[in-house]
Design a protein. Structure first.
Lengths: 540, 358
């Protein structure tokens, strides 16, 4: 830690440091871009995990969470500007690809413009939205933003704020698609966008030239809503982001609060949480298998995936009382004890699932059409995967070992034996195989735990009213689709000052343009299904 | 084996005895038309039910079960629903072509359908160029599909239609070549002639390897020709929502749907005529008793049974394989199927001239 502080001081003498959950560096806006470059190239912080746009009332800014993929150490960099009228920060989208969309989100909700950003458009909200919702002085008066009854026109106009050598900033207007582009619209109502997602695609014959992601059709403003709710109440949103990793998301939010409060979770609760996480992962990967095969036209394989998934949902239903929005984790542990059949059901499920996996491979993996459709399609290099912070099975298919269970072990994962599945080609086939192999690894974890659930409390003692001390915390878990992060900034109240959810799918959809270029329309669907993004996770 | 020609000739003689010749021909034409339309729609309904049940069975489901016993009434409910649905008129479409397209598709499929011999003597007209006519008439369908895609003023529909055009034009070659192989063997272009040539043994057994290869090529190409999976790219519901018929509603959509199912029957029917002996019963040379028993099964049953069996194969393929991509599909045709088919044709020609077949 001290070592890094010294190195950063050498690079940027005016930086100030703050110890906390993660080392936080505060830099002036002017020095940020140069420091970011140095952090990536010299200190090895090659992954931008999260960009949290902030309104500190007296200033606007962002907290950047950086990760070094060699040591898995994290660093927070705080950049603030005091101008509320026209706040501007230099972009880092030229350094980390993921910043492109992340900064557009910040611009959308806080009105911070990013200098040199290639495409400064709103990401979620309509272009005629008045105000910036995450600002603390945002006027939520419904008169200002009535429910619009007109369709939004296709807005091809965008702009960049370009800075020349003398530091003069000029606005340059740009077009997303030119007049010569033949633009085909996929979504928001389309059978294969996996939700209300819109991809505008410029094509040349059947070949894709560019993909423009438009999102926000089901944005619920979860982060804004959280600011008005107490911590236990905010947890209910986590199950509604990536509904296919409801357990992991809620686990993460609970761990973040537990970390802030210093609560020790009982061993029994830890084991239960991990088992539920792994069951959730299996169910998610089964859905992913089903959807990928169906999107490629093999409707039958879809039913095979869903057949086994039903068993997992039955297990959930018995213990949690629900099949989709489970709400099982609470701060300090879990809400209810296991159903008496749980162990029996899991023990019956493990061999059944293993048998089914063989069947999946027989049915689909070896199929010559399936292989031709997936091998070499949508390739993503390791460097791009890190730059775009693509994690989860998709990132690991590109050779990027990024399993948070291995590299940043939380809960009891460091005691468990399982393999991290990494493949090198980064195409759809590897992503597909990674998912099936991860089901096997999850089964191994379940096997180790199912007979070793200790007796004891299922929930630690927590205060009736949960108030977090002032500070900021960041917690990550390995959700079904990648690393899910929760950021909490508290000012000592019982409600969070700012809560941010770093969803893996947001990053996944960011590489659609990269992956699809030069492939065909049919591949767009395959790539989307193989990346396996879930729309509610993007539109938080 | 009962010859249906006796019945038809009797009706013909009866009509001619009570009215002038031209009127008799007209009445016969109307009777045939009504019979064909009825058969067409009944078969389409049967096929919809057949595919649903088969697909349910393949996918560990039951298929339709709610309406009527085993869901038998479901198809009627669906047909009724499609009949009463509104034909939505769209802005900025070419109204005339838009309305014309479904009729072209269904006319093409009906023309071929009318040409199938259903049983011994149960054929409307026996051309001496029947095979040629069938291939020619089936090609009209692609015009309808192209028009549907073009006139819809929808990008999905247009892409679907372009794919369909490329696909059908390509795969027609393979169909033609594989059928030609059989024509070469029997030496006639008359459909009935080909069937009658198979009285002692079906062509797929008599023609050695070349006939089997031609049969396989025909099955693959027929799947593509009917726009069914794994070659359902023109519709590609996961990419282009519904391809060329995205904008159609009501009975216009119904026509496309009907034609799709009937085309399944037609290609299966042609396969059974060309390779599996059509309405000819299974005869094994030398087994007199067996052959006599087989002759007792009506020829219509033989024809339908074989057609349904080939349809079963096609449905099985559809619900097992994922969809191929457009470039892979064209590569399959032009790089593999067509060259193989041509070589196969040459081998067959050699077999026929040297007398290598049974």
């Amino acid at each position: 830690m001290v070592n890094i502080q010294e190195k950063i001081s050498a690079l940027c003498p005016s930086a100030t440091f703050e110890e906390g959950d993660k080392l936080t560096v505060t830099v002036a806006e002017k020095e940020w871009h140069a420091l970011a470059k140095a952090l990536k190239n010299e200190l090895g912080y090659d992954m931008l995990t999260s960009v949290v746009g902030m309104d500190w009332k007296d200033s606007l800014g962002a907290v950047y969470y950086l990760t070094s993929t060699a040591t898995w150490e994290m660093l927070a960099v705080k950049v603030a500007v005091s101008d509320r009228e026209k706040p501007m920060i230099h972009t880092v989208s030229d350094i980390w690809g993921v910043a492109n969309f992340q900064e557009r989100e910040v611009y959308d909700f806080l009105g911070i413009e990013f200098i040199n950003h290639p495409d400064m458009r709103r990401f979620f909200l309509r272009n005629d939205w008045v105000g910036y919702p995450l600002r603390k002085d945002y006027d939520a008066d419904p008169e200002k933003n009535p429910i619009r009854l007109t369709a939004e026109v296709n807005e091809d106009d965008t702009y960049s704020l370009e800075e020349d050598e003398n530091g003069n900033i000029t606005r340059v207007d740009k077009k997303v698609f030119g007049d010569d582009d033949y633009v085909v619209n996929f979504g928001p109502q389309h059978p294969s966008t996996h939700g209300v997602m819109r991809l505008r695609t410029a094509i040349n014959g059947e070949i894709i030239k560019k993909v423009d992601v438009m999102s926000g059709y089901i944005h619920r403003g979860i982060e804004k809503l959280c600011e008005g709710l107490t911590y236990p109440q905010t947890l209910f949103f986590t199950d509604r982001m990536d509904y296919m990793s409801a357990h992991q998301n809620r686990h993460c939010a609970c761990m973040c609060v537990e970390k802030a409060l210093g609560i020790e979770v009982p061993r029994r609760a830890q084991v239960i949480r991990v088992m539920m996480d792994e069951l959730m992962r299996i169910s998610s990967h089964l859905l992913s298998y089903g959807c990928l095969t169906m999107d490629m036209g093999a409707t039958t394989a879809f039913f095979y995936g869903f057949r086994e998934r039903e068993d997992v949902l039955d297990i959930f239903e018995k213990t949690c009382g629900a099949r989709m929005s489970l709400h099982y984790n609470v701060i300090g542990g879990v809400v209810a004890d296991l159903h008496e059949d749980f162990q029996k059901d899991v023990k019956a499920f493990i061999p059944k699932m293993r048998k089914a996996l063989k069947e999946y491979h027989k049915l689909y993996t070896g199929n010559v059409i399936a292989r031709n459709r997936m091998i070499g399609v949508g390739e993503l290099s390791k460097a791009d995967a890190i730059s775009y912070a693509v994690t989860g099975p998709s990132g690991r298919a590109s050779g990027f070992a990024c399993d948070a269970r291995k590299h940043k072990p939380y809960s009891i994962y460091n005691e468990l034996k399982f393999n991290e599945i990494v493949r090198e080609n980064g195409d759809c086939y590897d992503r597909y195989l990674n998912r099936l192999d991860e089901i096997e690894e999850s089964l191994k974890i379940l096997e180790q735990l199912v007979d070793n659930i200790p007796e004891g409390e299922i929930c630690a003692k927590v205060p009736k009213i949960i108030k977090l001390p002032a500070g900021r915390w960041y917690q990550e878990v390995e959700a079904s689709r990648g690393v899910f992060g929760v950021y909490i900034e508290s000012d000592g109240d019982k409600k969070p000052f700012r809560m941010h959810f770093q969803s893996p799918c947001f990053n996944l959809v960011g590489v659609m343009d990269n992956c699809c270029k030069g492939h065909m329309i049919a591949d767009l669907i395959t790539i989307g299904a193989a990346l396996d993004y879930v729309i509610p996770d993007i539109d938080r | 084996m009962f010859d249906f020609g006796i019945v038809t000739n009797w009706i013909d003689a009866l009509l001619n005895s009570v009215m002038p010749g031209w009127l008799a021909t007209c009445v016969e034409g109307v009777l045939v038309m009504v019979a064909l339309l009825l058969l067409y729609s009944v078969l389409a309904m049967f096929y919809i039910f057949y595919e649903r049940k088969l697909c349910g069975w393949i996918q560990c489901r039951l298929g339709p079960m709610r309406v009527g016993p085993w869901g038998l009434i479901q198809v009627f409910a669906d047909v009724f629903k499609i009949l009463i649905k509104e034909l939505i008129a769209l802005k900025n479409t070419d109204k005339f072509l838009f309305a014309l397209a479904p009729y072209l598709v269904i006319i093409a499929s009906m023309l071929v359908f009318a040409n199938l011999p259903w049983g011994n003597g149960l054929q409307i007209i026996d051309f001496n160029i029947g095979v040629f006519f069938m291939i020619a008439a089936s090609s009209i369908g692609v015009v309808g599909i192209l028009l549907a895609g073009w006139s819809s003023n929808n990008k999905y529909a247009l892409i679907g239609a372009m794919r369909s055009g490329a696909q059908m034009v390509s795969y027609e070659l393979s169909i033609g070549i594989s059928i030609m192989t059989m024509v070469l063997m029997t030496g006639t272009l008359s459909v009935t002639g080909i069937v009658e040539a198979q009285a002692d043994g079906w062509l797929i057994f008599r023609g050695h390897l070349p006939a089997v290869v031609a049969f396989i090529i025909y099955l693959i190409a027929a799947n593509a020709e009917t726009n069914r999976g794994p070659f359902d790219m023109p519709e590609a519901e996961h990419e282009l929502t519904a391809g060329y018929h995205t904008e159609y509603s009501g009975i216009h959509f119904g026509f496309f749907y009907l034609a799709e199912y009937l085309n399944l029957f037609i290609v299966s029917g042609i396969a059974s005529l060309m390779f599996l002996g059509g309405w000819m019963p299974l005869h094994v040379p030398g087994w007199e008793g067996f052959n006599a028993v087989m002759d007792y099964i009506p020829s219509v049953v033989w024809f339908l049974g074989k057609a349904f069996f080939v349809s079963f194969l096609l449905i099985w393929i559809r619900w097992t394989y994922p969809r191929v991509r457009i470039d892979q599909m064209l590569a399959l045709e032009w790089k593999y199927l067509m060259p193989f088919g041509l070589v196969n044709l040459v081998i067959m020609a050699l077999c026929v001239t040297l007398g290598f077949h049974f």
